[in-house]
Design a binder for this molecule. Structure first.
Ligand code: 1HE
Length: 264
């Protein structure tokens, strides 16, 4: 992307109802500084208002090298807590907002970069992507929600291994460990993420909201409570005017039927 403005930390563009949010600090491998996280926060709010789905990607050769380490040399403990809580709020705006987020991952998906990717709903990695959690080597700990989100994706055993031993996972290992749902050839993650985002943008907004917000919360409940909540979310979603129209469209043969993967 040669026409990307150099002074914009996060690029933004909406096409066909999909917001494209680009991490744009390639000279520092998209490391997340305080200013960077504020730029991301503003862009997340804008995407929520203007799009039905969003794609998050990195400009340059890497998705994101995590926390900007140069800003953390002099921080006090309470400043560290405030910074971490700010990341939590911004990433939660992605994870528990109203639109689906698809991330396109390539190169380094490291530390806070992996925490950021973990807050998106679908992750597409290209074959150049690699995952690492070098916090132990840097003398720090995850602070962007990784101990909750990333640990739930890959499990505590794998995450402990990565944090304790510095193990680096390839794109394929990341897929097997649930860090990515798709692996595509090098250079194709953004196109695949855009394709998936357009599909998600075509869904009923309330269904997408339920997937994003009800599904993860139900995992935190007992089975009894989960089934109880599911019935309410299900009934509320299915009786919305948009659902009524979509159900009619199917019955009147105006909607596409589902195809076997071999037919696509
Ligand atoms: C940075 C950062 C950064 C690069 N903070 N400046 N994250 C890490 O421990 C990852 C550290 N970075 C790396 O291991 C490598 O930079 C990469 C594998 C990501 C990319 O390697 P490469 O060879 O393409 O780039 P480079 O030459 O290492 O870096 C280019 C420049 O980016 C260089 O600055 P320059 O002024 O010398 O040109 C690097 O210093 C700079 N740079 N990464 C600051 N992270 C809320 S808790 C979250 C906790 C974490 O995220 S811990 C993980 C931190």
């Amino acid at each position: 992307m040669s026409d990307v403005p150099k002074d914009t930390l996060v690029t933004y563009d909406v096409r066909e109802g999909v917001a494209f949010v680009g991490l744009n600090r390639p000279e520092k491998r998209n490391a997340i500084s305080d200013r960077f996280v504020e730029a991301l926060a503003a862009t997340v709010v804008r995407a929520e208002q203007e799009a039905r789905a969003a794609v998050l990607f990195g400009h340059g050769d890497h998705f994101c090298a995590g926390l900007d380490l140069s800003e953390h040399v002099e921080k006090t403990p309470i400043e560290g807590v405030r910074g971490s809580r700010r990341w939590h709020r911004v990433f939660e705006g992605i994870e528990r907002g109203t639109i689906p987020w698809i991330s396109a991952l390539h190169g380094a998906v490291v530390g806070g970069g992996l925490e950021l990717a973990s807050s998106t709903h679908v992750r597409v990695a290209d074959e150049s992507a690699f995952f690492a959690l070098p916090e132990g080597q840097r003398g720090i700990f995850v602070g962007g929600g990784g101990s909750v989100r990333t640990a739930r994706l890959m499990g505590v055993a794998r995450m402990s291994d990565m944090m304790l031993t510095g193990r680096v996972a390839s794109a394929r290992e990341g897929e097997a460990w649930n860090l990515a749902q798709y692996v595509v050839p090098k250079g194709q993650a953004l196109a695949k993420a855009a394709e998936l985002a357009r599909k998600a943008a075509g869904n009923a907004e309330l269904s997408n909201y339920a997937v994003i917000n009800a599904l993860p919360r139900i995992q935190d409940m007992s089975s009894e409570d989960g089934l109880f909540v599911e019935s309410f979310v299900s009934a509320f979603t299915a009786t919305s005017p948009e659902a009524t129209e979509r159900l009619r469209a199917f019955l009147e043969k105006r909607a596409a039927r589902i195809k076997h993967p071999g037919e696509l």
